[in-house]
Design a protein around this ligand. Structure first.
Ligand SMILES: [Zn+2]
Ligand SMILES: [Zn+2]
Length: 147
C-alpha cells in the first residue's frame, strides 16, 4: 500500500507540472496572438497614412497577417519615410527654397549666392535673362532649358 501511495504522489506531481506547462503554453499562444493581431492593426493604420496605393496597402496587411511581428520589423525598414499628409507640406517647402549644389545648404529662392559657402546658385536665363536656380532644369519664366 505504501508503494502505491508513493506512485500516486509522483503521478500527481507529474500531471500538476504537465498541466502547468499546458497553461503556460496557452498563455504564450494567447500572448503571441494578441501581439500578432496588434501588429496587423498597426501596419494597416500606418500603411494607410504613408502609402498611396491601395494595392500595396493590402499587400502590407496580408504580409502582416502571414508573418506577424517579423513583418512589423521588415515593414518599419521598407515603409515610406513620410506621412502622406506631410508630403504636400514638404513639396510646398521645396518650392520655397533651393539647395546649394556645392554644400547642400537650403537658401530661399531670392538668393543668388549660397548663404553658407558663397557659391553662385543662380544664373540668368539665356532666353529671357531672368534668374534661374542652377538646380532648375527649365527657366520658370519662359520655360527655356536651363543649360
Ligand atoms: Zn553652398
Ligand atoms: Zn527664361
Amino acid at each position: 500500500m505504501h508503494v502505491a501511495d508513493g506512485m500516486w504522489k509522483i503521478l500527481d506531481m507529474g500531471s500538476l507540472i504537465f498541466s502547468q506547462w499546458t497553461m503556460l503554453t496557452v498563455v504564450l499562444i494567447r500572448g503571441l496572438a494578441i501581439v500578432w493581431i496588434l501588429g496587423i492593426i498597426w501596419v494597416a493604420k500606418d500603411a494607410n497614412e504613408r502609402i498611396k496605393s491601395v494595392v500595396i496597402q493590402v499587400a502590407a496587411i496580408l504580409l502582416a497577417t502571414a508573418l506577424g511581428p517579423l513583418w512589423v520589423v521588415i515593414y518599419k525598414i521598407l515603409r515610406p519615410p513620410h506621412y502622406r499628409k506631410d508630403l504636400l507640406l514638404l513639396n510646398i517647402m521645396r518650392a520655397q527654397v533651393q539647395s546649394c549644389p556645392k554644400c547642400g545648404e537650403w537658401n530661399t529662392l531670392e538668393h543668388q549666392y549660397c548663404s553658407s559657402c558663397g557659391k553662385k546658385i543662380k544664373q540668368s536665363c539665356k532666353e529671357c535673362h531672368s534668374l534661374v536656380a542652377l538646380t532648375q532644369e527649365y527657366c520658370s519664366n519662359c520655360w527655356a532649358p536651363n543649360l
